[in-house]
Design a protein around this ligand. Sequence first.
Ligand SMILES: *Cc1c(COP(=O)(O)O)cnc(C)c1O
Length: 718
Amino acid sequence: MNRYSNLPPLPSRISRLDDLAVDLWWSWHAEARTVFRRLDYTLWRATAHNPVRMLALVPAARLDAAAADSEFVRLYDRAMEALDAARAAHNTWWTNRSPLLTGQSIAYFSAEFALHQSLPIYAGGLGVLAGDHCKEAGDLGVPLIGVGFMYPQGYFHQRISAEGWQEETYEQLNWADAPIEPATTVDGRPCITAVPLGDRSVLVAVWRVRVGRVQLYLLDTDLDENAPWDRELSARLYGGDRETRIQQEIVLGIGGVRALKAVGADPAVFHLNEGHAGFVVLQRIRDLIERGSSFDEALAEIRATTVFTTHTPVAAGHDTFPFQLVEKHLAGLWGTLGSNRDKFLALGSHDSGAGPQFNMTALALRSAGGINAVSQLHGSVTRGMWSSIWGATAESERRVGAVTNGVHVPTWISSGLSNLFATYLGADWLDRHDEPALWDNVLAIPDDELWAVRLALKQYLFTFVRERARQRWTEERVGIPRVVAAGTLLDPDALTLGFARRFTGYKRPELVFHDPDRLARILNATGRPVQLIFAGKSHPADDVGKHHLQHVYKRALDPLFGGRVAFIDDYDLHVAHFLVQGCDVWLNTPRKPNEASGTSGMKAAINGVPHLSIGDGWWAEGFTGANGWVIDGGASGDNDEASDAADANALYRLLEEDVVPAFYDRDHSNIPHRWLATVKESIRSVAPRFSARRMVKEYADRMYAPALERRRSEEVRK
Ligand SMILES: *Cc1c(COP(=O)(O)O)cnc(C)c1O
């Protein structure tokens, strides 16, 4: 069954364009992007780079002209060859590393995946990490299979009212525009699996997304056969109440394992990206008991083959459910578990102060053999935070490692810089991009060339910001103050700080406004203007976060700041690309140590946008002294007001004494050499170490390979 048969027919010379469009591989390969950009540049921009939608809309005459255009056909052939070569490759990092482990696979479970804006099944950082992990695993040949949710309404779209209040709207995905197709079972039928929920059975459809060498399976309960409330279960990401959430997580964990079986996959390792998919453990225990294991044997087997990554030290980020909710919704699954039910419930029991509850993180911590946090600092925070799980085990003995996050370099690097690297690092720079020594060649890039690329990237950002403001003005008739707040008065030559992240208390989005008059003097300084661009959503249920957002938005409306503060609404992957590439400095001001890692700062840094941040998350290990700046007010203890004031003061001093003077220190050709030294150091130090390539290799070496080897030696014994 091919869902894309509804697309208009393609001229035979370019008949595989649809194959290229539905494999997200295109999105991180310049030669493939060029094909679509060149096919119809207006449509490319109008669809926010969605080739599936483009192919549905592009006039037949345009396709015929492209098929007759020798230059287009040459680009097309080159892209198709590269795609075929990638799919056929037997000679990958992974096969060379572990020739004996080929044929085995790793299931990677995540509640969200951020692969491309045309597949809106993500909210933020967790999804970006999962998406980048899948792309890089494919590049390296690591045999990963993704499992997640197809949310027909995705995450919400954000608009900001005249009063600065976040408004949420949900859009039904147009299925025909998304790069998904029905997954099929081993015998070729559409894959549908059943999940017991309470006293009923819910049917789950399975979709497939192609991500280069990696397949991603997405679960969806929106089937005619299901009751209306069950059809809604998978409608939205992180929507609904505790009841919805636990049912979603049962569908993900139980349904995910069943779906893998149905499509013929038999993964040897299960990687739980955050606790949401913890019920994978329950399905696997049941399977093993059915095959004759005792509960303890089953648990031992699961421990040897489960990897768990925890992503936040903030308590509210860990899902907990009252036991009666677990009892109610898992009722249909207890059957074969019998008297082992209580043993299973005990795996998740955790008291975070309000009496014992069923805690998904506790479940994962107790049932995974490989556990990791996402930065060194987060590792030590995690070992302390879950002390009750490990009882008397000394903190240094607790089995929590750290695999610091990284970003998928081909996805996040701008093409302008990519071209410079090809010249100065070598045409094969992408193949070698996690080799630190390769990046010393960044120092050889002439300042004027690097600066020209940086200026071009800023220009793209400001064009994008103005276009979006124009849209709001013409389509939504927003008033003039909101047109200003959308960034129309921004100056492309001014030093531009970007701050884009989820709006929530611990991220302190308002810290930079702590002393409004001092900030206004910095922003409005004659001849040395500074400006701030904000973006980010607040979780729909987080009213505190929405108040923070409102306060920031009111600053953007305030003439005190001269139109130099802007808020870009509806932050997503598309907006993120413009911001992390086009700002001059990336700002981050969390309350330490609440930021587990953070990844937007890495995306910015590899694009020559140095990081100005509290020394939290990845920056605690990423700062070298020369690649950006650490904000450290020096206040210790629990007095938030005092540490906010101290950190704000430290931030102002850095801006006044270091950042602004370096940016505006120009030679006779108006080139900021001192600034570019920091830019180069930022690229050089961050690109290899904080790449998803380094990260996935670490997961493969430290977490996947040992479990896979164990499985292999068992099979050899049999
Ligand atoms: C990278 C990214 C994030 C995560 O950024 P943090 O630095 O971890 O806050 C969130 N949302 C989008 C759209 C991103 O691209």
